[in-house]
Design a protein around this ligand. Structure first.
Ligand SMILES: Cc1cc2nc3c(=O)[nH]c(=O)nc-3n(C[C@H](O)[C@H](O)[C@H](O)COP(=O)(O)OP(=O)(O)OC[C@H]3O[C@@H](n4cnc5c(N)ncnc54)[C@H](O)[C@@H]3O)c2cc1C
Length: 333
């Protein structure tokens, strides 16, 4: 029953406790040959049986039945309408830099908002020296940061070096150095599964640590309120923050950034993991980074299950040692 439901909104991030990586083929029973129908009804770009390891920075994950890459908002709207009609489950992703996909993959359609969905435009803000920058969700966050710096616009420097798409960064309320996306954001445009566009100004958005409440909607665009500044100084700040990252984070091994959320009011997750003596600990090909203990890295041969087992081991040891239950920041699909 549960598996045969029709999906007219996107799947939510997986809850770890509910993970059982069985091969699931729910839609075949209900929809018959939905891939063929999708191919007939939607003309956009689709990759069939595409290994998610290709699309995720952890470089693990089984195949998605389909990865659809809409090139415009209209294509995305028509895709979601077709998926609703076919009752096929779907999930939007950006650049997969915060995702762990199971070995069984995803028996539905992964909707990827990528480089074709990435326009940036600006207009003067209401107050002098302020500029509104509107950007489509598929734009890379790093590209947006560089673009803003090149225009002499400040407010997004903290995001220099955070991989992923603007849509992913907004949904994750991505942050660094004590700042997060919710600060410069002024509005978000969402698309409901039903095809309706919803514009929410900042005061109608509910942000928390590494989370924006989306109600299952897709972020299609975001608007940032930025201030005029000195181009050179902004570029210099971004370059310095990138250098700081390089020093503190593992290089050359696939990862998804900080794996666990920092527990509120307590030492950072990385410090707790390090103090529990877990730096360098491995499960299969997954390892707690020697450089930064909140990074779980793929030493080359890791499987999704290795990462899950390592995640649970870290949670268990930190709970035993400090009585703190670490919650994953990485979303599990
Ligand atoms: C080396 C490295 C360093 C990192 N450093 C940081 C850091 O300093 N700070 C930080 O906060 N994060 C960091 N991250 C994590 C990651 O880069 C961010 O969370 C990023 O914002 C995720 O964007 P994405 O496009 O890759 O999202 P994805 O990983 O593709 O998706 C993340 C979640 O958002 C959902 N989603 C994505 N796009 C949309 C959309 N348009 N509409 C609705 N839902 C959507 C997905 O379904 C998924 O649940 C780091 C990752 C790496 C690999």
């Amino acid at each position: 029953m549960l598996l045969a439901r029709s999906c007219n909104r996107q799947d939510r991030p997986g809850r770890v406790a509910a993970l059982k990586f069985r091969g699931q083929r729910p839609m075949e029973k209900k929809m018959g040959n939905w891939p063929e129908q999708l191919r007939d009804l939607w003309p956009g770009e689709i990759e069939w049986n595409s290994p998610m390891a290709r699309w995720c920075t952890l470089q693990v994950g089984g195949p998605a039945r389909a990865v659809a890459m809409p090139a415009s908002r209209a294509e995305l709207q028509s895709l979601l309408a077709v998926l609703a009609r076919l009752g096929v489950c779907w999930r939007v992703i950006g650049r997969g830099s915060n995702l762990l996909v199971s070995g069984a993959g995803y028996d539905g359609v992964v909707v990827m908002l990528g480089r074709k969905f990435a326009a940036i435009a600006q207009q003067a803000g209401e107050n002098g020296g302020e500029t509104l920058v509107r950007v489509e969700a598929g734009c890379s966050l790093m590209k947006l940061v560089s673009w803003c710096a090149a225009q002499g616009l400040q407010g997004l420097e903290f995001a220099a070096g955070i991989p992923g798409s603007v849509g992913g960064a907004v949904v994750m309320n991505a942050g660094a150095w004590g700042k997060e996306m919710s600060v410069p954001l002024s509005a978000v445009t969402f698309l409901r599964g039903s095809g309706e566009l919803v514009e929410r100004k900042k005061d109608g958005l509910v942000f928390s640590y590494r989370h924006l409440e989306t109600e299952g909607m897709v972020v299609v665009a975001a608007e940032f309120l930025l201030q005029a500044g000195d181009r050179r100084a902004i570029e210099k700040r971004c370059a310095q923050l990138m250098r700081d990252r390089k020093e503190k984070q593992p290089q050359g091994l696939a990862n998804a950034g900080s794996f666990f959320k920092n527990p509120p009011g307590l030492p950072a997750a990385g410090k707790l993991i390090q103090d529990a003596g877990l730096k360098g600990v491995r499960v299969g090909g997954a390892q707690v980074s020697e450089v930064h203990a909140n990074f779980l890295v793929n030493t080359g041969s890791a499987t999704p299950q290795d990462f899950l087992d390592l995640m649970r081991l870290v949670q268990k040891k930190v709970l035993e040692r400090f009585g703190v239950r670490l919650e994953p920041e990485v979303h599990i699909l």
